[in-house]
Design a protein around this ligand. Structure first.
Ligand code: GLV
Ligand code: GLV
Length: 326
């Protein structure tokens, strides 16, 4: 069978795939256009895609041979899951292996914004440091503050558990009670409006869907405390970027740490001018270890899916029912 790999992933994943299949790999080090993906997919049974690839209905239906889509990411909002399911095509993601790594990035952003690390570095390099001063680069304490978690799934939970050393008061918003957080941190499940009003740090850990699109907008930002630091390592469109820019400019909140953007890879020019925001290039899962594990997992899912088995990280098990009915 043949696989189209939409962009080069770490070798250990490619090696696993090579043992089983014939690979066609995008050899440009860039994102392919939709047309290029459709072209690459011709006569391939498998597609290994990235979160930057728009895998819509047209792509999914472009070749009748397609039998399996393995994505090299945990988030799969870029894939039309319904269209894949209708054709009986399983789709897999890479959960679990990037949980701790992504949670660590959220903490890196918290400290970067709270203690103005990036701004301080720029200041120091520019030769502006003239000696210790009583009110130079004042930031926010983290210890004993209130941490507000929006989304308490795998990543949100791992992130919140790391607050243990900082003795924080943890609040969370989720559809379900999170026993781990309640037991380990004495965390409290609260209403969305309450988390906005009470938190000193708000970190977003929800998937992007209709319900979470622009979850944080002008109204929500205005409700937050003035010292709030907002962290987004989930998906850009969860935050209304225009509203966030306004909030940062008008100091409705203290700052923000962003790994994702509403119109990636474009970043609003205004955002780049502000000192109270730290910007990362969607790199929360980017460690040597994690990206290698993601490649292996994506390959393992592909292999299982093309053998007709349910891939270990299948996000649309219903696809198999469709297959049986057909
Ligand atoms: C990263 O954003 C991912 O979804 O893996
Ligand atoms: C800071 O360096 C202090 O000694 O207070």
């Amino acid at each position: 069978m043949k696989i189209f790999v939409a962009r080069k992933i770490p070798e250990p994943g490619l090696d696993l795939l090579r043992k089983e299949f014939k690979l066609e790999i995008n050899h440009y080090d860039r994102v392919l256009s939709k047309e290029e993906i459709i072209h690459g997919l011709q006569e391939k049974e498998g597609l290994l895609c990235l979160l930057t690839d728009p895998i819509d209905k047209e792509v999914i239906n472009s070749d009748p041979n397609l039998k399996m889509i393995a994505s090299y990411a945990v988030g799969y909002d870029n894939i039309d899951i319904k269209a894949a399911t209708e054709r009986g095509i399983p789709v897999s993601n890479t959960p679990g292996v990037l949980t701790e790594t992504t949670a660590e990035m959220a903490w890196a952003l918290i400290f970067s914004v709270a203690r103005r690390i990036v701004e301080g570095d720029r200041f120091t390099r520019a030769g502006k440091f003239e000696g210790w001063a009583p009110t130079l680069m004042l930031g926010q304490d983290v210890s004993k503050k209130t941490l507000g978690l929006i989304g308490a799934g795998r990543i949100g939970t791992a992130f919140a558990l790391k607050s243990k050393g900082f003795n924080m008061n943890v609040l969370y918003v989720d559809n379900r009670i999170n026993e781990t957080l309640e037991h380990e941190l004495n965390a409290k499940k609260v209403e969305f409006s309450e988390i906005l009003k009470k938190s000193d740090y708000i970190s977003l850990h929800v998937p992007l869907n209709k319900a979470t699109h622009h979850l944080i907008g002008e109204k929500e930002l205005k409700t937050m405390k003035k010292n709030v630091i907002l962290i987004n390592t989930s998906r850009g469109p969860v935050v209304d970027e225009q509203a966030l820019i306004k909030a940062l400019k008008k100091n409705w909140i203290f700052g923000a740490g962003l790994d994702v953007y509403e119109h990636e890879p474009e970043i609003h020019g205004e955002l780049k001018k502000l000192d109270n925001v730290v910007l990362q290039p969607h790199s929360a899962s980017a460690t040597f270890e994690t990206r290698t594990r993601m490649a292996v997992i994506a390959a393992e899912n592909m292999i299982a899916g093309l053998k007709g088995e349910i891939p270990p990280n299948c996000v649309n098990k219903e696809a198999f029912k469709e297959k049986i009915i057909k």
